[in-house]
Write a protein that binds this ligand. Sequence first.
Ligand SMILES: [Mn+2]
Length: 270
Amino acid sequence: MTMQEITPSVYVIGDIHGQLKRLLHLLEEAHLINHKHTWTGGNAILWFLGDFVDRGPDGIEVINLVMRLQTEAAAAGGQVSSLLGNHEMLLFAAYRFGRRSTGLGSSFISRWKQNGGNKKDITSLTREHLAWIAELPTMALVADRLLMHADNSLYLQRGRSIDEVNATFKKLLRTSNALEWEETLEDFARRGVFTHKPEGENYARRFLSIFGGKQLIHGHTPISLVVNAPAKKVTEPLIYANETCVNVDGGLFMGGPGFIYQVPTGLAAN
Ligand SMILES: [Mn+2]
């Protein structure tokens, strides 16, 4: 057996925001599912970077699909995993705290609505979904890539290793500390920390030296907004900050066709 046969392919996909049809199309195109939407990816590894819900029509259906594919992929020797996005937290908080306000800003429900909250998502949210969301990691190291939802500095403030950051978020998702929730939602919404030159690259390198990995892969910020092009034209990731960062947010909610990024084997940036 050659290395190629035993090394599974690694795929990463960014923010879906309720665009179930487009996600199904992309997964079929990549031969990760068949026309019956069953996992056909074999031992492939597929990572979602979070933000399944809000801004689009079928957020919970997207989560249902991912949960099912997770089981099917595992049975086939593959893997489907996901990070926690800020929109999963927004929905979770709207469900948990409702009209409550901490005094810092608007209520959790209005914050969620302002960020594209879809009533259909909150009414079809079950305890199983909430339990699944509460277990999602916030960061992961996969094939020498540091995966995180957002191009945002909050991770650094919440731990000094991937395990620490993940533990901090899991703990928060179990608590009813509304103020802490609100502060985290506020922080999590920020973006663009790796974009500015030359500080962006230095910042990315700091992330990689602290958390590990040769390159950082994130979503959260539609590529079309960064490059100032229509989302419809975005069909590939944006590699930037001297190849230390890869943005995979295709801006599906803005009408982008989206894409699945197959992580190149071998080392990318250094
Ligand atoms: Mn996001």
